[in-house]
Design a protein around this ligand. Sequence first.
Ligand code: SAH
Ligand code: SF4
Ligand code: F3S
Length: 455
Amino acid sequence: MKAYIRTYGCQMNERDSENIAANFVEKGWTITSVEDEADVIVINTCSVREQAEQKAIGKLSHLLSYRKWQKRNLPIIGVTGCMAQNRGEEIAKALPRIDFIAGPRKTHLVANIAIDIHNKVLQETFSPRERLRKPYIDISDDNTSHLRINKHYNLSKTSNVCAFVSIMQGCQMNCSYCIVPKVRGVMRSRPTDDVVCEVKQLVENGAKEVMLLGQVANAFGREIPAQNGVSEFVRLLQKLNDIDGLERIRFTSPHPSYFRDDLINAYGSLEKLCEYVHLPLQSGSDRILKAMNRPYKSADFLKIVDKLRARSSDMSISTDIIVGYPDETEEDFLQTVEAFKQANFDMAFIFKYSERKGTKSAELNDNISDAIKEDRNQRLLAVLEKQSMDFHNAMIGKTYQVLVESNAKRGENMFMGRTRNHRKCIFKADESYIGKMVNVKVNSATVTALDCEIV
Ligand code: SAH
Ligand code: SF4
Ligand code: F3S
């Protein structure tokens, strides 16, 4: 039997899909990348912006059209993830032919639910008509779900070299625009030893690099008191740094409020912690930050950036920005541009504000026109492009350590790997290099990648 899993949204969702896949495999199923041959289709959804929801709804409507499945029975179709949590009942009404709907805290149950329905259909315990009347729904709260997320199955098809590890779930920062706290529940950290154990296992299976994941990754273990000013998160990094065979540690996303000196000082002292930080700023205007319920000022953020850059000249810093938040003036936007330049971000995700029902900002008037949002988006993208290009140009002629990840899909012998500061390098190599550390010299650069040669 075969399952097909399609993922929308963030890396945490990708990680959840790996967990779902592992549970199918454990029960003797295989994972297919061909939707048309699947017995079960899982659509793992995102709710963070309107567009993400639209994409998943479009996909589901297409999947449910009988015409698509003319030659065979409709496969079992399930919706999981954040939109399942946020709009589960609504989806069930609008698309009753979906078989099941399960929230992001039910990830560990998805394979069971799907296989159970599949078996009942096979054994004709329920008739096709019965099956198509109303989906099975499980979107109740479960704040112990973070204790059952340690199974891995590589869905990316490239290699096992870099692994995602979820270290905490949920969020209660309650940024006024954000749906995540509503759909993912309160912050729950996994026990430190569970994480260490999982990483050791991954390293035994070939992983060289781990990306620790959490909505507020650096708030990990915040209920455990700091020891000599060192937080539980930094203690986790120290323990991971001691694992033989592990070469690199990254994490995403940290929140500026938890980015204290113990964490800043870990850069340069923990040799496996890579010089790359994705630190969401959201806005450079203190007035907008306050409205967003982001508890820091632009100057506080820039201070963290300065301290990080002082730890290493290779430090790469990326960010998330929202343009067109309610009442954002041209002046507010220019302050964002200014902070963006001062921080000298070399990578960024820039989003147009999208009103989400059930959030605090949805009570405000979404009064910035789409034309203005688009204009601000484009202007900031232009700044980003220049900064990325400058960052890359400064790397030309120099030599960097790269972990070879996979075939670059750009001609037969071209492979892809990243520098410690997360720059994508393309170079000539062969399969035997995958998982190895090499030194490469940068010959030329585009905004998105570096053309290199192994030296
Ligand atoms: N927990 C992470 C990421 C959350 S979602 C963090 O706090 O950094 C990823 C990004 O989506 C956010 O950083 C934010 O920039 C953006 N985002 C969240 N809600 C949004 C909304 N309603 N409209 C537009 N962008 C949004
Ligand atoms: Fe959303 Fe803010 Fe939590 Fe990030 S920190 S997930 S933006 S509420
Ligand atoms: Fe989207 Fe949920 Fe991630 S809303 S961004 S998939 S936490």
